[in-house]
Write a protein that binds this ligand. Structure first.
Ligand SMILES: *[C@@H]1O[C@H](CO)[C@@H](O)[C@H](O)[C@H]1NC(C)=O
Length: 320
């Protein structure tokens, strides 16, 4: 395609237009109601996880710190995409500035990368706890947790910046319509007016292979851990099994849509999977952590009863 077909030089794209999910008014209404509901619910659920872990000292262990970090990340990822999507649903022209689009891609990949590494760190944490229980406290020390967390943020940043560095050099001169409701690389690259075959391959390799690879590493490690649990079945093993099952569910919820989006060749179906990933996954994660975990439920109960006691005391003070 010619860069300046009309002979002028002001043909650089300064904004992108989203096609959104549907033009039907009824579907838009349903989408609006459901995504607003799940967005608010996932903000509340994930904040609850972060605050509960911070407040309750029974939960001050590496596993819960990592869980709280994951919830914090879920809070971030839904806030990068959902509010703009909800705000756009009823708009005829859904626009995003060039800078806004790049910012969305940047944060999606930083946060996605961090989440991926964190899930691996959490599997490592369970591996040490279950297969090397005597060394748990020395291996997963406070220092180790901070190093692993720092590493996951650095890996996320490198993952995001390297892809964007290539994408930002591309000329965007003509078409600016994205068949989606948020900006991401696979769709954006198609709009560049140069041949992006190599870059698309790199993006697929970077995201697709990395997510398929980490998914299999995670599943294999969890199978290994499960086998260890079954071999040494004792009183603690049912608790270990329930913890492991929550971790495995979260891994599948995160990687399922991710792998689909970056490896499935039919881009039109990506956005329907993405809406699931953006709206539902963060909410389900917080539900899985809070309601499938005994310690978490107990901590919530302790916090509730403490709040109740405070209220009673303040009522009594008012009466006096
Ligand atoms: C994340 O983990 C670190 C290290 O264990 C912990 O100090 C921090 O409070 C956690 N962050 C959140 C948001 O829970």
């Amino acid at each position: 395609m010619d860069k300046s077909m009309d002979g002028t030089n002001h043909s650089m794209v300064s904004e992108f237009v989203f096609l959104g999910l549907s033009n039907s008014w009824e579907i838009q209404l349903v989408l609006f109601v459901f995504s607003s509901m799940f967005y608010v619910a996932s903000m509340m659920g994930n904040s609850l996880v972060v605050l509960t872990v911070a407040w309750d000292f029974h939960l001050h262990s590496p596993m819960y710190f990592l869980l709280a970090n994951l919830s914090f990340i879920d809070l971030c990822i839904s806030s990068v995409i959902s509010p703009k999507m909800i705000n756009d649903i009823f708009r005829i022209r859904k626009v995003i500035s060039f800078g806004g689009c790049i910012a969305q891609i940047f944060f999606i990949h930083v946060i996605g990368g961090v989440e991926m590494v964190l899930l691996i760190v959490m599997a490592f944490d369970r591996y040490v706890a279950i297969c090397k229980p005597l060394h748990y406290l020395t291996v997963m020390s406070q220092k180790m947790c901070i190093v692993l967390l720092g590493a996951s943020w650095i890996i996320g940043l490198i993952h995001s910046v390297t892809q964007l560095a290539f994408a930002m050099k591309l000329p965007f001169c003509g078409p600016n319509v994205l068949d989606s409701f948020y900006c991401d690389l696979p769709e954006l690259l198609k709009l560049a007016c140069v041949d992006t075959y190599k870059l698309e391959f790199m993006v697929t390799a970077n995201n697709g292979f990395v997510s398929v690879g980490s998914f299999f590493i995670l599943i294999i490690s969890y199978i290994f851990i499960l086998i260890t649990v079954w071999q040494h079945s004792s009183s603690g093993s049912s608790k270990a099994l329930s913890t492991l099952s929550t971790h495995i569910m979260v891994v599948i919820l995160f990687f399922g849509p991710c792998i689909f989006i970056y490896t499935w060749p039919q881009p039109t179906s990506h956005k329907y999977v993405a809406v699931f990933d953006v709206v539902l996954t963060p909410f389900l994660n917080s539900v899985i952590y809070t309601f499938r975990n005994k310690d978490m439920k107990m901590a919530l109960r302790r916090i509730c009863s403490q709040l109740f006691v405070y209220r009673r005391i303040s009522e009594m003070i008012k009466v006096l």
